[in-house]
Write a protein that binds this ligand. Structure first.
Ligand code: PMP
Ligand code: GLU
Length: 420
């Protein structure tokens, strides 16, 4: 007899970024030389102030449950950070600290959505948004953005997607995977729309520190009292402070009822975030800014190197992304067109399943297929666009060393040369 699983288990797909990272790690452990551009994780060590604060917390025995919303000192430090960096004024009681921004977003959705509600997402979107929307019983409504607009939103398209069931819109700028940093007029127009239809706005600002070439991150919650009240600001320690493994994210929300609801959900899910990690986050937020600024400078150099190399591949046009640490590459020129098969793809030394004598003749119809071949034949892990709602693109993270970027680009050039 089979015991059926829930509709949730049947409906939700695994995170492609997390799954691909696990697969890459397994291949590496099995001795394959894979260049990983897959997961969005800084390759730097966590900022020293985080590590020191965590060690002190352990030594001092700060290893018990904290307040469910997070240790008060951490919430105060988060308020100081939001005021300093974004000009947002919150009180500690407006903050809920969670086990990563991923959990923060889930709790916001769970507190906002009724069964059958619609939540607007702009594609490309971060892989977890639609699955989390489905997990809370709501329906993701996807509004596309275009490569030729550098994935900036066309507000009239968003307006056209609003229905009486629309409950919220999720904004993510700087954007994962496109790197788009929405302009203030774009964000203002989206907030006007949210006001007109009385929507919640979940503003995922986790890449806020990672902006380049003078691009400026603006939180939409700063625009007006109304914008401030309807926005849940989401942020966390993973990206700017290289603290992915500590699992600390947070929401800042001026709506007391929504904050209370998110906290209630958290008390039943996890009781709160790890005490030691919270102290690490406090150390990082109160610590020197220079390690963060240095990382941003290094990301900027890698961004330029990766884009320059990709632009040497025929058929690819890759403008410099404005923020985050991803390049989202439109590869439609290589889909549905037969690979001639003459050139060698990867060197046999690097591929997970090395081929002698070059690539086989083949047509790739989806970026899922293409990314799989790039992994297996070229030994480079990239994330296919399907999971981001843009099937013709690949995401490459440049949160890895310059040497690995150069090696990965050599492999990709050889892989794509097989079409010439
Ligand atoms: N939002 C976006 C856009 C992300 O890329 C990530 C990366 N994991 C998260 C949220 C969640 O980060 P974390 O759970 O590590 O805080
Ligand atoms: N956000 C990162 C990424 O997009 C980490 C993995 C995840 O949580 O999805 O790769």
């Amino acid at each position: 007899m089979t015991r059926p699983l829930s509709w949730r288990a049947r409906t939700i797909s695994a995170s492609p970024t997390v799954s691909l990272d696990s697969r890459t790690k397994e291949l590496v452990a099995a001795g394959h030389d894979i260049v990983s551009f897959s997961v969005g994780e800084p390759d730097f060590p966590s900022v020293p102030a985080a590590n020191e604060a965590a060690k002190a917390a352990i030594d001092e025995g700060f290893t018990k449950y904290t307040a469910a919303a997070g240790d008060l000192r951490l919430r105060q430090a988060i308020c100081e950070k939001l005021r300093r960096d974004q000009g947002l004024v919150y009180r500690p009681q407006d903050i809920v600290v969670s086990n990563g921004a991923k959990q923060s977003i889930f709790q916001a959705l769970a507190a906002i959505c009724e069964e059958g509600d619609e939540v607007i997402l702009l594609a490309p979107y971060w892989v977890s948004y639609p699955e989390q929307v489905k997990l809370v019983g709501a329906r993701p409504v996807v509004v596309p953005t275009e490569a030729e607009d550098r994935y900036h939103p066309r507000v009239e398209r968003v307006a056209a997607a609003v229905t009486p069931r629309t409950k919220a819109i999720v904004l993510n700028s700087p954007n994962n995977p496109s790197g788009a940093v929405y302009t203030e007029p774009e964000l203002r127009a989206l907030m006007d729309l949210a006001k007109e239809h009385d929507l919640w706005v979940i503003s995922d600002e986790i890449y806020e520190r990672l902006v380049y070439d003078g691009a400026r991150h603006v939180s939409p919650a700063t625009f007006s009292e109304d914008a401030y009240r309807r926005t849940v600001v989401v942020n966390g320690m993973s990206k700017a402070y290289a603290m992915t493994g500590w699992r600390i994210g947070y929401t800042a929300c001026a709506d007391a009822a929504l904050t209370a609801a998110m906290l209630t959900i958290q008390t039943q899910l996890t009781s709160g975030a790890s005490s030691v990690s919270q102290m690490a986050a406090l150390g990082a937020l109160r610590g020197p800014d220079e390690p963060v600024a240095a990382m941003v400078r290094t990301f900027d150099e890698r961004r330029r190197a990766m884009c320059a190399a990709l632009n040497e591949i025929p058929g690819l046009f890759v403008p410099l992304p404005e923020g985050a640490f991803y390049v989202f590459v439109d590869v439609r020129a290589y889909l549905g067109r037969e690979r001639a098969g003459a050139a060698a793809t990867a060197g046999a030394e690097c591929a997970a399943a090395p081929r002698e004598g070059g690539a086989a003749r083949r047509v790739f119809h989806t970026t899922d297929e293409l990314a799989e071949a790039i992994l297996v034949e070229a030994g480079v892990a990239v994330v296919p666009g399907e999971g981001f709602g843009v099937p013709g693109a690949l995401r490459l993270s440049y949160a890895t060393s310059m040497e690995r970027i150069e090696e990965g680009m050599r492999r990709l050039k050889r892989f794509f040369a097989a079409w010439e």
